[in-house]
Ligand binder design. Structure first.
Ligand code: ARG
Length: 465
């Protein structure tokens, strides 16, 4: 039997693989997307074999030219999958043999699909992280632009989803900028962790050929080589890291999505979403639904499931390669695809959403200034604990008499504390309330502008690489 009509292990085997085994075992349907990475790493490997004297220069050239033709077939969409192409590695090698003959069979010298697949996925993940990072930055830019417009725009700030204190819309927006900044830094660390080359680990024990692994690693774009072949062929920490960061970032984005869903609901009306980024109902003509934001929430659950799933796959695996590890790819690819489709849609939502400052102002009530009244007493020498009690009674009176705090007779104030003067009424300004919170990280317009400056500095340093 020739290789093209039988499996990679045809020497040892007499029988053809059962169909049921093939359907379960083949990864080609989902790992074919690694074709460019597989071919790039094989090209580098052929050159490393030539440097090690395993291939002649002519053989290496034949192989690398052949691999370039296989790549062209993939890019042109003319690549024909073979009946026995179990995975992308098998498919590329089989086609190479068809194109250049027996010399193609020298490419796999000293290599195993175990170190090959680990190398290919890392190679793929390096480029993928860079694309994801670019989209994270674009989302941060969109948030920052909105924040600049609304550094002074008042809105209610919530705790427990109950109106708590006045804040600025820019402050609310920037809170998500900083979450994404931490995510971006995590992506950066993940990129670095991905840049370790396992190639040259063989099936598990290492390579007997005098391959300069460091030079090979650099030629594929990696920064360093793995230090232990047993670890290297089974190390999927870099994928776990990818899934973790994606989960955490989607957790952040799901919280943003939830806020915007609430604020853009007709009952709140703080934010108006652009028609292009919402959907209608097939039944109820009045509806404008925030599907992108709901899907952001939903995808966060799905991706957290991928992280949990992979951790469970890895848990308790015996040393080195086991076929369980083939389960690493679908969650990884699905997570990357999810991020790459979700982020542009979310960027669209953020770029086009419009705040309604009048509605947000109407969402404020004087009760949200109760802390400011307590701070007034503190400024007049009353210990905060005592001030809190005084204002508590004031608020209670206001609720019982259905009178806003600023409309209550001054007598009531005086009865509750002699520290009150007529100028307590000056406290009832939302603008004054936010302006006082000007320490670093506060909601005052000046502090929000300071955040924006810091954010722009950071973006500048990142954009320059
Ligand atoms: N398709 C396999 C995977 O994705 C490639 C490695 C196969 N190695 C093996 N010893 N059968 O994990």
């Amino acid at each position: 039997m020739t290789q093209s009509s039988h499996t990679l292990w045809a020497g040892r085997y007499e029988a053809e693989a059962a169909d049921s085994l093939r359907r379960l075992n083949d990864s080609y349907p989902f790992d074919k997307r690694l074709y460019a990475d597989d071919i790039a790493c094989s090209t580098a490997y052929a050159q490393a074999l030539a440097r090690a004297g395993v291939l002649t220069a002519d053989e290496a050239r034949l192989i690398t030219d052949g691999l370039a033709r296989v790549l062209q077939e993939f890019e042109a969409g003319t690549f024909q999958v073979g009946a026995n192409d179990e995975d992308i590695h098998t498919a590329v090698e089989r086609r190479l043999g068809e194109l250049i003959g027996a010399v193609g069979g020298k490419l796999h010298t000293g290599r195993s699909r175990n170190d090959q697949v680990a190398t290919d996925i890392r190679h793929w993940q390096m480029a993928t992280i860079r694309r994801v990072q670019a989209k994270v930055l674009a989302l941060q830019h969109a948030i920052l632009e909105q924040a600049k417009q609304h550094a002074e725009t008042l809105m209610p700030g919530y705790t427990h989803l109950r109106a708590a204190q006045p804040i600025t819309a820019g402050h609310w927006l920037m809170s998500f900028f900083w979450m994404l900044q931490r995510d971006y830094q995590r992506w950066e660390a993940a990129y670095d962790a991905t840049c370790t080359s396992p190639l040259g680990s063989g099936a598990l024990a290492g390579t007997p050929y005098t391959i300069d692994r460091m030079e090979l690693a650099r030629s594929m774009g990696f920064a360093r080589v793995s230090m232990n072949s047993l670890d290297a062929v089974a190390d999927r920490d870099f994928i776990t890291g990818f899934l973790y960061i994606a989960s955490l970032m989607l957790t952040h984005l799901s919280r943003f999505a939830e806020d915007v869903i609430i604020y853009s609901s007709p009952q709140f009306g703080y934010i108006k979403l652009d028609e292009r980024f919402t959907t209608g109902s097939s039944l109820m003509p009045q509806k404008q639904n925030p599907d992108i934001l709901e899907l952001t929430r939903g995808k966060a659950g799905r991706i957290a499931g991928h992280l949990s799933g992979l951790l469970n796959t890895l848990k308790g695996l015996p040393s080195t390669y086991n076929k369980d590890l083939q389960e690493d790819k679908e969650p990884l690819f699905d997570t990357a695809d999810t991020l790459e489709t979700l982020l542009p849609a979310l960027i669209g939502v953020v770029e086009t959403m419009k705040f309604d400052p009048a509605k947000m102002l109407a969402g404020l009530d004087e009760g949200m200034l109760a802390t400011d009244v307590a701070d007034y007493l503190v400024a007049h020498g009353v210990p905060f604990r005592e001030a809190h009690g005084v204002v508590g009674r004031l608020v209670r009176h206001s609720l019982e008499t259905n009178t806003p705090l600023s409309q209550m007779p001054f007598d009531v104030y005086r009865q509750l504390s002699p520290a009150f003067d007529e100028d307590v009424l000056d406290v009832f300004s939302y603008t004054t309330s936010i302006s006082k919170r000007s320490a670093i990280g506060g909601t005052a317009p000046s502090a929000v502008r300071a955040q924006i400056d810091e954010a722009e500095k950071w973006l500048g340093s990142v954009d320059q690489g």
